[in-house]
Design a protein around this ligand. Structure first.
Ligand SMILES: *Cc1c(COP(=O)(O)O)cnc(C)c1O
Ligand SMILES: [Zn+2]
Length: 400
């Protein structure tokens, strides 16, 4: 069953629908199987370990072995901030971001629905992932990207997997509006996160976190918020396991936005569930450069229900956290992902995060997604002759 989160109207699982035809709000898939958590043991560590909770036909899953990503304890940054810190490394998914979890379910659904073309608007990672999964399922793929604002690695992936790549003169929000119209005209099956099946895949991040912690909830999960699908998905997953009795607590969901694109944080500060869209969102973290997040209501409900929090960080704080994670923990992430770490540092300073909290930061995409930013933030290689004395000089080993 698909259900409207505002008016409760129900739709069949095989209906092609993106928003409620009654009230216009976003939809959610209902999926609460009656199973014991014992069924998961001995299964392969990918998101399909939890297949009973995925609302698709398990006999024809389109998968690239996504999920089962590293869950890394980070004692250096944890020690400096006084928390027990774990980092969930979503850059280790097949195309380098958590979008693969959503696309595995989304493309499986597209095949079930027998559509021939899929499409999305994207700040980059959604298109990279969709292009790969569409290729695997032999579906046509159209992606709309905001012109000049997509990180190089993501663009390369979308093009190389064979998507029809359209560079839209406009920002992400405008591209999404355009592709949504194409979808409603029946030109393509829309796989942005307004499609509730996407979030069904992404909720497996929540499943894996509590499974990795030995069926315990962390105190807090911190993640970047762009279109606001992922924070909603993780909360949905955690809540399903909570209601199934697999865990006894739920974490405080903590969303971080870039200062120049922060409508969800703004609503949180007003104690509201309504956003005022940001007209010209701007941030170095292109993956969260979104002014009118589609899933804002789900996200705000998750934050309020979980007694969570929302905060902004500056581009400077994002880039400095990105470097910190790379240099102190060996984890390379793209700028948007580092918003979670930047958020942790800020919330510790502000006293929102308490000492000793068990915190999970979700880092959403791989450092190689945005090589330009990584190179710009680093010192240039030094040119040398292949001469031992000169080399020893340069690395500072030839003391005078
Ligand atoms: C998509 C994406 C986000 C934002 O996720 P939403 O579900 O849109 O809030 C954050 N980081 C990266 C790397 C992404 O690709
Ligand atoms: Zn409705």
């Amino acid at each position: 069953m698909i259900r409207c989160i505002s008016c409760g109207r129900e739709y069949a699982l095989d209906e092609i629908i993106y928003t409620c035809s009654e009230c216009g709000s976003v939809l959610e898939v209902e999926c609460e199987p009656d199973v014991s958590r014992d069924v998961f043991s001995c299964r392969r560590q990918n998101m399909w370990k939890y297949r009973e909770f995925m609302p698709v036909d398990p006999s024809r899953i389109i998968s690239l072995d996504e999920g089962g990503t590293p869950f890394v304890r980070c004692d250096t940054i944890g020690g400096e901030t006084g928390v027990e810190l774990y980092v969930k490394v979503e850059g280790s998914n097949p195309t380098g971001s958590f979008k693969d979890r959503g696309m595995s379910v989304g493309i499986t659904k597209a095949v079930e629905l027998d559509v021939d073309t899929v499409g999305c608007a994207s700040t980059g990672n959604t298109s990279a992932s969709l292009a790969a999964y569409a290729a695997r399922a032999s579906l046509g793929c159209v992606v709309l990207l905001p012109s000049g604002k997509v990180a190089l690695g993501k663009l390369a992936q979308a093009m190389f997997h064979g998507a029809r790549v359209l560079s839209v003169r406009g920002n992400f929000d405008e591209a999404l509006e355009a592709v949504t119209k194409l979808a409603l005209m029946g030109e393509l099956y829309l796989l942005n996160s307004v499609n509730p099946f996407r979030l069904e895949g992404q909720k497996s991040i929540g499943f894996e976190i509590v499974d990795d912690l030995g069926w315990e909830s962390p105190d807090r999960i911190i993640l970047p918020v762009g279109n606001a699908g992922n924070i909603s998905a993780i909360w949905k997953g955690i809540s399903e396991f909570y209601r199934a009795g697999f865990i006894d607590d739920r974490p405080m969901m903590t969303g971080i936005q870039a200062e120049g694109a922060a409508p969800v944080v703004d609503a949180f500060r007003r104690g509201s569930t309504d956003i005022e869209p940001v007209k010209d969102p701007e941030t170095v973290a292109t993956a969260i450069r979104i002014g009118a997040p589609v899933s804002y209501l789900k996200a705000l409900r998750a934050i309020y229900e979980s007694d969570g929090y929302a905060e902004t960080v500056t581009d400077e704080e994002i880039l400095s956290a990105q470097k910190l994670l790379a240099r102190k923990e060996g984890i390379g992430v793209e700028p948007a992902s580092a918003a979670s770490i930047a958020g942790l540092l800020k919330l510790v300073d502000e006293g929102v995060v308490d000492r000793g909290e068990r915190v999970v930061c979700v880092v959403t995409g791989h450092v190689l997604k945005d090589p330009d930013t990584a190179i710009r933030a680093s010192t240039k290689p030094v040119e040398v002759e292949p001469d031992i004395n000169q080399l020893r000089d340069v690395i500072g080993k030839n003391k005078p």
